[in-house]
Ligand binder design. Structure first.
Ligand SMILES: Cc1ncc(COP(=O)(O)O)c(C=O)c1O
Length: 469
């Protein structure tokens, strides 16, 4: 990490913690340079970065100030304790009915699972698609189908190396998005009727996968900031014959929680003790707000227990359906299962992403994307503060594009969802994130689209509807 990024991160942390309050002046460039023993140009660069991240603003001849919307706002949601016994999963009908209604592009997309396409380098990708296709030999199209496009495999492996993990290429299986990676991985290590530990709340598609494979869910509560409750996991592992787990160690969907390094080590020790395979869903890996990428549990995996699933859907190329799994000891089985089901993700889509990555510019795009999302988060938080009723609790994740909102207990988020849709606003109601349809008074809101006056009006609408309960 560069010096100015380190310094910017320190100031960002002070703002997030509320030590530097909204509207407060931050040290001048000269003061900061003297106090911290860094050059004025380093401070300038850091302040420029913080401005881009939407955390501070410059006022002519007065200096730099913490932006009004970067206030420490509402309290964080509480941990909801789930029932302890394993549950059959039956969420698909509800999830489908919610997802269907989210497809209407005329609604304000707070319920959407994807960020705005405007935030992606679509025209550069299109050029890469054309170049990638021209560069494909007819033979390679067939030959690369099983293993995946060789340049793409190398580029992904290189990113693992740069992140601090040497990944043997044989471990890498290119898939139709992370979703296929997760499906195949889980299928490789379970039989119908098995118990699988999942998060509560969990990404709704993981619940649907369990339902399809006739697996039972053991729900482990997730703290909105610290991640899964390892004490409860340890206790469940000691008492139930759990066959696999599916967790997000970083920017968990829907709450945005990330495990600290110490908690990742403890989780891995538990996996090792129980020889338990883990699907590590890292779909949001690139969307962290600070300057240091978090390291996945996979980095600790010296026994091949972790299937680390990644994707370009959320950070580069939505709709291209290209993801992967670093499958550990299960890579061969996953690869064979892929051959028996979908054979391969589209080779042209892989060639396009390979060309894009080879040409450079991915990291620059990611920095711009992260800054946009961070600024949009601040805007949505400020708006929630203005419009949502007293007693509303809300997360403040260190990345991604979702806020998890816990409304006062009497709010029924499924009813709110229907009322809001009638007014042209979508949201993702809490029960779709639970095997047991809990979290009735919670919802997930997306800030993945540029903030506009329409977004502000939509928050006002939600506020009005909430007041009517
Ligand atoms: C947590 C999580 N995992 C996996 C996926 C699926 O990713 P992909 O589009 O690469 O299949 C999503 C997409 O919504 C997600 O939110």
């Amino acid at each position: 990490m560069k010096r100015y990024e380190q310094f910017a991160d320190r100031i960002a942390t002070l703002i997030r913690q509320g030590v530097l309050a909204p509207g407060e002046r931050i040290p001048s460039v000269r003061q900061a340079s003297q106090r911290h023993g860094i050059s004025p140009s380093t401070v300038f660069q850091a302040y420029y970065l913080l401005e881009n991240r939407g955390l501070i603003t410059a006022r002519a001849r007065s200096g730099y100030f913490v932006r009004a919307h970067a206030r420490r706002l509402m309290e964080e949601p509480r941990v909801c304790v789930q029932r302890a016994d394993p549950a059959e999963v039956e969420v698909s009908e509800l999830v489908f009915s919610v997802l269907e209604s989210l497809q209407d592009t005329s609604t304000v997309p707070f319920g959407s699972a994807f960020p705005s396409p405007e935030l992606f380098p679509l025209s550069r990708l299109a050029s890469s698609m054309a170049r990638g296709l021209r560069g494909l030999s007819p033979d390679a199209v067939i030959a690369d189908m099983t293993a995946g496009h060789p340049d793409l495999r190398r580029q992904i492996a290189l990113r693992y190396t740069l992140g601090g993990m040497q990944l043997p290429l044989e471990e890498l299986v290119i898939t139709n998005g992370a979703m296929e990676a997760l499906n195949l991985g889980l299928q490789c290590v379970t039989q119908p009727g098995d118990l699988v530990a999942i998060e509560a709340p969990a990404f709704y598609a993981s619940l649907q996968v369990l339902e399809r494979l006739e697996l039972k869910a053991v729900e482990i509560p997730v703290h909105p900031r610290e991640g899964i409750d390892l004490d409860i996991l340890e206790e469940r592992l000691a008492t139930l014959p759990i066959k696999a787990c599916w967790f997000m160690s970083h920017l968990q969907n829907p709450q945005g929680a990330s495990l600290s390094d110490a908690r990742k080590r403890r989780l891995y020790a538990l996996l090792k003790r129980h020889r338990l395979p883990m699907l590590e869903d890292d779909a949001y890996a690139e969307l962290y707000f600070g300057s240091t990428p978090p390291t996945p549990v996979k980095w600790l995996d010296d026994e091949g227990l972790v299937m680390h699933c990644g994707s370009f859907s959320k950070c580069l190329a939505p709709g291209y359906r290209v993801g992967w799994v670093a499958g550990g000891r299960f890579a061969g089985a996953i690869s064979r299962l892929k051959l028996m089901t979908t054979i391969s993700p589209s080779i042209p889509a892989q060639a396009a992403i390979a060309d894009y990555l080879l040409r450079g510019g991915f990291d620059r795009h990611l920095r711009t994307l992260r800054h946009a999302l961070e600024a949009q988060q601040a805007a949505m938080l400020a708006s929630a503060d203005r419009h949502f009723p007293a007693g509303t609790r809300i997360t403040r994740p260190e990345g991604g594009y979702f806020l998890w909102v816990e409304f006062p207990e009497h709010i029924d988020s499924l009813r709110l969802f229907r009322m809001a849709l009638d007014q042209g606003v979508s949201l993702a109601p809490g029960p779709i994130f639970s095997a047991t349809q809990g979290f009735r008074h919670c919802a997930r809101l997306s800030y993945g689209h540029p903030w506009t006056a329409r977004s502000e009006r939509a928050m006002e609408t939600l506020g009005r509807l909430l007041a009517s309960f």
